[in-house]
Ligand binder design. Structure first.
Ligand code: ATP
Ligand code: MG
Length: 430
């Protein structure tokens, strides 16, 4: 096994973390915990990102204080989680996460593993030395003490950071069995950090993929969103395909892609995910509902056509198809209704883009989902879907036109004037 009981201590002069990069609140929490006699460190993604020269998403703290002791020290602390109990210290609506060091599991009720080796509870508190080994990857197991300025490395994480490789701590098979979501985390970090999977950390994934079938759909939904809204959504999607994870996480999407002879559907997904990546890079908002509208569209569309052939009117056919497809996907990734309802609206508005009379066009334009529905229509047209190019062009023109021109467009049915297409690619917007 790599790593040792004695950590490598990297002093402030030997690493590139600067004091001023540390979130002041996290720094104050750590000082207060240490003053009260506890050990406290920054840990996980923030240490990794700082060492890589990236801006951390959030600053997580690990401490020897147990959750109750944290609550007593900080009046704004709230304890959360049953499977993994920890404290959130609130500053208005923001909070900083403070987790107690965990120890390896035994058979007690606080720490349990099921017959497949999966962790059910993880509430056995321990020491820093023990906590290191239950973390997932070496690069995520570095501890930083902002008071002394030292980084502690028990597992060779600094070396893996330098070599840009992702390496599970301990026995890779056991670690994936304990928590199959680590496979998804692996691909997320590879895409986000531009790392490579090292040895068994990568080699084992294909064989272990079925373990994900046992993970709670609510957790898979959260992980899927993190994967596709990581800022490297398209790259991550390709990795999911490469490592055969798509049929497990997005079976409907995988089936659609398997029969996508002309590549139209693939192009739709690629442009939607690439636009989402661009929006994230620009600090703009992104919509989970849009993502699912894209990922499930081919199946919804083809089931809708089937229902129409059976005699259902268009909207009813869409309703039947959307209900069926969403129900199947929700079994795998529990999409909350607040998102899936918007996905339905985006689909539902697609047929209304055929209308050309001014009153209906203006009603559609003022619909709160117009923007997302139009962006979706535009991507469908750009991907080469049949019979939507004309609608997309007409609506692009209609939105840009003056009120008089809009009237003209509607009177002549939008067919006489040559329509011009927007130069920039729109993406999902809220
Ligand atoms: P991100 O930048 O995406 O937040 P992160 O590494 O901080 O990346 P978190 O989900 O915030 O990811 O987790 C914080 C830390 O907790 C990780 O760095 C890792 O040490 C540990 N951790 C999280 N999830 C797991 C897991 N499934 N198994 C083992 N350790 C985990
Ligand atoms: Mg984090």
């Amino acid at each position: 096994m790599r790593g040792s009981a004695q950590p490598v201590r990297i002093h402030a002069s030997e690493h590139k973390i600067q004091e001023e990069q540390i979130c002041e609140r996290a720094d104050a929490i750590i000082r207060k915990l240490q003053k009260a006699g506890f050990e406290a460190y920054l840990v996980g993604g923030c240490v990794r990102d700082l060492l890589l020269g990236l801006t951390p998403k959030d600053f997580d703290i690990a401490t020897s204080a147990n959750p109750e002791q944290v609550r007593k020290l900080f009046s704004s602390a709230r304890l959360i989680g049953r499977r993994f109990r920890l404290a959130h210290i609130y500053y208005g609506r923001d909070y900083i996460e403070v987790a107690t060091f965990r120890a390896p599991h035994d058979e007690s009720s606080q720490g349990q593993v099921n017959e497949q080796g999966r962790i059910l509870h993880d509430n056995v508190y321990g020491t820093l030395e023990e906590d290191v080994w239950r973390r997932d990857f070496t690069i995520n197991a570095l501890f930083y003490d902002p008071v002394r300025g030292d980084v502690l490395d028990y597992v060779g994480g600094m070396q893996d950071l330098a070599k840009r490789r992702l390496h599970l701590i301990g026995d890779a098979e056991q670690r994936y069995r304990e928590d199959p979501v680590r496979m998804l985390r692996a691909l997320r970090f590879v895409a986000k950090l531009d790392f490579v999977l090292d040895g068994p950390t990568g080699d084992l994934i294909e064989a272990m993929v079925p373990l994900l079938n046992d993970v709670a759909p609510a957790r898979l939904f959260d992980e899927l969103l993190k994967l596709l809204h990581s800022g490297q959504g398209w790259k991550t999607f390709c990795l999911l395909e490469q490592y055969k994870l798509l049929p497990i996480l997005l079976p409907i999407t995988a089936a659609s892609l398997a029969q996508d002879d002309q590549g139209i559907y693939r192009k739709l997904i690629q442009s939607a995910l690439s636009n989402t990546d661009n929006r994230i890079a620009e600090g703009k908002s992104v919509m989970p509902a849009f993502l699912f509208a894209v990922l499930l569209w081919e199946q919804v569309h083809s089931q809708m056509v089937q229902a129409q052939l059976k005699g259902h009117p268009e909207l009813q056919a869409l309703h039947i198809a959307a209900t069926d497809v969403l129900r199947d996907q929700v079994k795998v990734t529990a999409i909350p209704r607040r998102f899936s309802n918007i996905t339905r609206e985006i689909w539902g508005l697609q047929s209304r883009f055929h209308h050309r009379d001014l009153r209906r066009a203006n009603i559609l334009l003022s619909n709160p989902r117009f923007r997302a529905a139009y962006d979706f229509l535009y991507l469908r047209a750009a991907a080469g879907e049949t019979r939507v190019a004309e609608d997309a062009a007409w609506w692009t023109h209609f939105q840009e036109a003056s009120p008089e021109d809009r009237l003209g467009l509607c009177k002549n049915g939008g067919k006489k004037r040559r329509t011009k297409r927007k130069k920039t690619n729109p993406a999902a917007s809220e």
